[in-house]
Design a protein around this ligand. Structure first.
Ligand code: PMP
Length: 475
């Protein structure tokens, strides 16, 4: 651990919190983040040369495992031909065509991050409809877009949950000289907007009330709230944005009621009110099936956003939809959107190689591994007497350390009933045994096609002791 400890100390002097994205800092599980030196297949190697089975996969992109030889060859060849031109390339057209082939979208615009994709999709939806308001769901995370940082999942949820919130607040406050009480919305559930309250509350400092004034936050899977909102504000809503299956408050699939899932319900109500449905498949896209969650529930949204897997470990993302909608973008349409590095040739080559290698066998393999691991984790926790719920959206899954009376987690409020200390103990026991889980109870676990028997056995062997550790924390 010495090298990671040293690196983290040095990092904190030149990078806020020592990390370039908050959840990496281990704030909610405690301890020192591992600094990674290299990775191969299902394994990460930290700077102390510990070998760790990776269940984070760079938070989703590494569908094929790390340093896949064919992806590396594509990247190396692309880089040798020049790393950025600021002019169109054929590879961009190939990547766009691959995405169009796999999903219902007819056209895509390539961008550099999931954040850019959702931000641009919202702008496009507002530009097309001439309306201002957007609806999002509590606990869904769509990147650090100002107007969407209200009741957001992922790092915002992690940092606002229980003890982590206090620690983060006082650490941040002391570093910038603010009152601790004024930094992120403390323990518990951030306020969910009801129809009688005009605007969402920013989930972080630095986002103005004006920016979230047109954001309406509703409970995930809460159809009554959506109906009520459309009844009152239907002609002002430009778009509803939802994760195709929620993965940033733990994994919560769109609930099925009366034979249709939440996404289908949203598509129908949006269409009735001439609002656009934006399905955010940044996490699920090209991961839970070759066509993402769309491949599982078949619900066509008006606009879709993609990222992670389609960049093959490089910064590449996209948003897309029907041609008639996408034609509103500059240079043909009046909605401006641009990027110096958009469609970057190296990133594009990594994404294209990854998608071309992501065959039916890859998805079958990951689905099978996920089925097996979910059962193993649940069995180990049950054997140790740890109450929990395991939920999945295809092969994407997470484990909620919730109280005994919670048998399903349909929304953010329920996800927030988790025991952060139980997860932290579980996480560290797994890490000690050489398994790298997401350093937050609110994140999905990511498998790859490179997880072989050796890697899977190491995970399974580590479970009983980790489950026992989780049990202790509840005592
Ligand atoms: N949407 C979803 C569903 C995500 O999971 C994420 C990132 N975890 C984003 C958007 C933002 O993507 P990025 O971090 O690439 O900006």
């Amino acid at each position: 651990m010495n090298a990671s400890i040293e690196a983290f100390a040095r990092a904190q002097t030149v990078i806020p919190g020592g990390v370039n994205s908050p959840v990496r800092a281990f704030r909610s599980v405690g301890g020192t983040p591992r600094f990674i030196a290299r990775a191969s297949g299902p394994y990460l190697y930290d700077v102390d040369d510990n070998e760790l089975v990776d269940l984070v996969g760079s938070w989703g992109p590494m569908l094929l495992g790390h340093a896949h030889p064919e992806v590396l060859a594509a990247v190396t060849a692309a880089a040798a031909d020049g790393t950025s031109f600021g002019a169109p390339t054929v590879a961009e057209v190939d990547l766009a065509a691959e995405i169009v082939d796999r999903t219902p979208v007819e056209q895509v615009r390539l961008v550099n991050s999931g954040t850019e994709a959702t931000m641009s999709a919202l702008r496009l939806a507002r530009g097309i409809t001439g309306r201002d308001k957007i609806v999002k769901f509590a606990g869904c995370y769509h990147g650090h877009v100002d107007s969407l940082l209200a009741a957001a999942g992922s790092g915002v949820a992690t940092l606002s949950h229980a003890a982590a919130a206090d620690e983060a607040a006082s650490a941040l406050a002391s570093s910038v000289g603010l009152a601790a009480a004024s930094v992120p919305p403390g323990p518990g559930v951030p306020p969910i907007r009801t129809v009688s309250v005009p605007a969402a509350v920013p989930g972080t400092r630095g986002v103005t009330a004006g920016t979230t004034a047109d954001t309406i936050v509703l409970g995930y899977n809460d159809r009554a709230a959506v109906r009520e909102t459309f009844a009152v504000l239907g002609d002002q809503i430009a778009a509803v944005i939802t994760e195709a299956a929620a993965g940033n408050m733990g994994v919560i699939p769109p609930a099925v009621e009366e034979g249709i899932d939440f996404n289908a319900f949203l598509a129908e109500i949006c269409s009735r009110h001439s609002a656009l449905l934006i399905s955010d498949e940044v996490m699920t896209g090209f991961r839970v099936s070759r066509s993402g969650y769309f491949g599982l529930d078949g619900v066509e949204a008006d606009l879709m956003t993609f990222g992670k897997v389609m960049g093959g470990g490089f910064p590449a993302a996209a948003f897309g939809g029907r041609a008639e909608l996408m034609q509103h973008l500059a240079p043909v349409g009046a909605v401006y959107q641009a990027g110096t590095l958009s469609g970057n040739p190296v990133a594009t080559s990594a994404g294209l190689a990854t998608l071309r290698l992501a065959t039916a066998e890859v998805y079958e393999r990951i689905d099978g591994l996920s089925d097996g691991l979910r059962a193993e984790v649940s069995a180990a926790l049950s054997a140790a007497g740890v109450s929990h719920v395991v939920q999945n959206a295809g092969n994407l899954f997470s484990v909620f350390f919730v109280p005994e009376d919670v048998t399903a987690v349909p929304d953010y409020a329920t996800a927030m009933t988790q025991s952060a200390p139980a997860y932290a103990r579980f996480f560290h026991a797994m890490l000690d045994a050489g398994v790298y889980l997401p350093p937050s109870a609110f994140e999905a676990w990511f498998l790859s096609a490179a997880h072989d028997d050796g890697a899977m056995n190491r995970i399974v062997d580590a479970l009983p002791a980790a489950a026992a550790a989780a049990a202790q924390s509840e005592a």
